[in-house]
Design a protein around this ligand. Structure first.
Ligand code: MN
Ligand code: MN
Ligand code: MN
Length: 285
């Protein structure tokens, strides 16, 4: 079996449509996939029939934004009831916050760059299409318009805190977001614990708070990460009695270091997250 429980489609900031992501998963011989778009489950809904027709198991998924001690944290929800009202209402609220932020960012960037990019607003919404807007879309737009060399530079120059296009979002607290997922019958997973810019002690406190809110797993394997970090996260999962998840966080094929389903196996001592699923994981290879 080959699983990947973290990836994005055009329903948020990925470049492949939900159908295309299913095709790529099949090509990479993934047997069980969770589409985890930012703050929406619409990618899953668009891909479900096609995945079933092609015998790819789709687990329900989402990557929800929240806050912990003023840090923005991502929590992946897996194997929940997609119809759950409290969860869907919560996600709708997150999308509203994203829209409000995008509107403030447009105003700020227009006043900074209005003479260099015409019609910033329409260009942005064309790019976002029907997806959920994120800062990645702004980065892509600034890159495409030639104002910066790449997305990373777009963040550095315009989109990070303290830069001219930055606008803050006050995400709901992590305990609230974990609560939405668990009461919908799902498993809350702390996403990519290695990327938050916090000390090792602070990360331990985050994991403790996440676990006491009802979080049950952390992403032990996430691309691209090296062996030492996998071991470190597996140790933490063990220490806090959490299960271990794995996901590529795939966004687009151009990120060649981050392939859908290309993941190191979970360390042997880790308890696989799917042991917590109500849905039995497809184990054919
Ligand atoms: Mn993203
Ligand atoms: Mn994330
Ligand atoms: Mn992600």
């Amino acid at each position: 079996m080959k699983v990947d429980f973290h990836c994005h489609t055009t329903a948020s900031d990925g470049s492949l449509s939900p159908i295309e992501i299913v095709d790529l998963a099949l090509k990479h011989e993934v047997t069980s996939l969770a589409i985890t778009d930012h703050d929406t489950t619409s990618g899953y809904q668009q891909a479900l029939n096609y995945a079933q027709k092609n015998q790819l198991q789709l687990i329900t998924g989402v990557e929800a934004s929240c806050s912990w001690n003023k840090h923005t944290i991502h929590v992946v929800g897996l194997d929940f009831d997609i119809e759950n009202k409290l969860l869907q209402d919560g996600l709708k609220e997150l999308r509203k916050l994203r829209l409000e932020r995008a509107e403030s960012m447009l105003i700020k960037l227009n006043s900074k760059l209005g003479s260099e990019i015409t019609d910033l607003e329409n260009k942005l919404w064309n790019l976002v299409d029907k997806g959920v807007v994120g800062r990645g879309h702004f980065a892509q737009l600034l890159t495409e318009q030639g104002l910066v060399k790449n997305n990373q530079q777009a963040f550095k120059k315009y989109l990070m805190k303290g830069k001219p296009g930055y606008a803050a979002i006050e995400w709901p607290d992590i305990s609230e977001v974990v609560g939405w997922i668990t009461q919908a019958g799902g498993v809350a997973v702390l996403a990519h614990p290695g990327i938050y810019k916090i000390s090792s002690n602070k990360l331990n406190r985050l994991i403790e708070d996440f676990a006491s809110a009802g979080g049950q797993a952390i992403e032990v394997v996430n691309q691209p990460r090296h062996g030492a970090e996998i071991t470190g996260m597996a140790d933490r999962a063990e220490r806090y009695n959490l299960h271990a998840s794995l996901g590529s966080d795939f966004h687009r094929p151009e990120q060649t270091w981050r392939g859908l389903g290309w993941l190191a196996p979970l360390p042997l001592k880790s308890k696989p997250v799917w042991e917590l699923f109500k849905t039995p994981i497809c184990s054919q290879t």
